[in-house]
Design a protein around this ligand. Structure first.
Ligand code: MG
Length: 379
């Protein structure tokens, strides 16, 4: 399998490299794209020996080119798009963070290259456009996220589906009061009980906005109305998600929490191979499994996401951009955790929604929303 990794130095990208290293005969890495972590990228280049590398800045590209004269070094947004549309690829993994994932994903689809998608913004911002084009081109969008990966494995005939059940660990504040959440420090919020992830997604997991984004992604990936998507809090993170069929049968995907499994699944699909962690699943060790309804009073971001998703258009773009900027402001200790919700809600209320937006309208809405939030959170 000839693959490229867009975002190789992030959390998902690093684990993908581990998966690839375990199966050196199966994978051939065409390109690696990293951001600013050049030291790690250099290590990865030595490990997987790619033909092309792309980095964020021209300056770093020049340095890398000197050090690796045989590799074709690219940079910037265009570098990502060039890597993604290289037809040497049979599949690309899009694990960059933020809106930078959208253009390369579309570029790959145009060239009939299957996409293992770990970037949330791609579908939250432009799910209608991306999925329509993927369908027209017969390109597979394979979701890396554990929940969507689970549904992908459980979903057979979508006409017979009663509902999708997306599980949520509930984050660090599941058993806290609203007052605790309002006064939460950055440190407490970054302490996720189950998953070790990047900072942005960890904050989103604490507010349940992450689950909200996943609901919108699930709607697009599986072409399912919002009324048929249910979020269930499941603190042990053993059931990664499930599908209920019209006859009442439920098919769930289970496993101990590990991102290696869903990453490997999307890179080798439709085949399965022995994984990195050899321990097999054990129901007895998993022990007790609890399920609970999400508390929308304590976690109103989830409600916002359902609203944004149902209304569609550019409203999810506003929600995503406002939330991300507010999360950055929170991480920089400029606002409280609760203000992430308040700011996002305010931006959504102010927005005049554009239905069926073009890509330009999507990016412009994103840009304006970010500016507004930056002005609002400036001290
Ligand atoms: Mg997830």
């Amino acid at each position: 399998m000839k693959i490229s990794i867009l975002g190789s130095t992030g959390s998902i990208g690093r684990q993908a490299i581990e998966v690839i290293q375990k199966m050196p005969d199966y994978f051939e890495v065409v390109s690696l794209c990293g951001g600013d972590n050049i030291d790690l990228l250099k290590e990865q280049i030595k490990l997987v020996n790619p033909k092309n590398v792309s980095v964020k800045s021209e300056e770093n590209a020049l340095k890398l080119q000197k050090e690796f004269p045989k590799i074709n070094v690219l940079y910037g947004e265009q570098g990502l798009v060039d890597v993604a549309s290289d037809t040497t690829n049979e599949r690309i993994l899009v694990s960059v963070s933020g809106k930078t994932g959208l253009k390369p994903t579309l570029a790959a689809i145009e060239k009939n290259i299957d996409v293992a998608l770990a970037n949330k913004e791609t579908l939250v911002m432009a799910g209608d456009i991306v999925m329509k084009r993927a369908k027209e081109k017969g390109v597979k969008i394979l979701p890396v996220d554990s929940e969507h990966g689970a549904i992908h494995q459980c979903l057979k005939n979508r006409d017979e589906v009663e509902k999708l059940i997306i599980t949520a660990s509930g984050g660090p504040f599941r058993n806290k009061t609203i007052e605790d959440i309002k006064n939460a420090s950055v440190e407490e919020t970054l302490h996720h009980p189950r998953w070790n992830m990047g900072k942005k997604i960890t904050i989103d997991s604490a507010t349940l906005m992450n689950k909200g984004l996943e609901v919108i992604e699930a709607h697009h990936l599986f072409d399912m109305p919002y009324e048929k998507i249910q979020v269930v809090v499941h603190p042990q993170s053993i059931v990664h998600s499930a599908v209920e069929y019209v006859d009442g049968s439920v098919i769930a995907q289970l496993g101990f929490p590990s991102m290696h499994i869903p990453i490997q699944y999307t890179l080798t699909y439709p085949y399965r191979f022995e994984g990195i962690e050899t321990r097999s699943f054990d129901f007895v060790k998993a022990g007790r499994l609890d399920f609970d309804e999400p508390d929308l009073e304590k976690f109103p971001c989830l409600k916002l996401a359902f609203e944004a998703g149902k209304q569609g258009g550019t409203l999810p773009v506003v929600m995503n951009a406002a939330n991300e900027e507010a999360v950055f402001a929170f991480l920089n200790q400029k606002i409280s955790l609760w203000e992430i919700y308040e700011i996002t809600k305010k931006m959504m209320e102010q927005h005049s929604n554009i239905l069926n937006p073009s890509l330009d309208e999507i990016f412009e809405t994103d840009r304006i929303t970010r500016l507004s939030v930056q002005n609002l959170t400036k001290i």
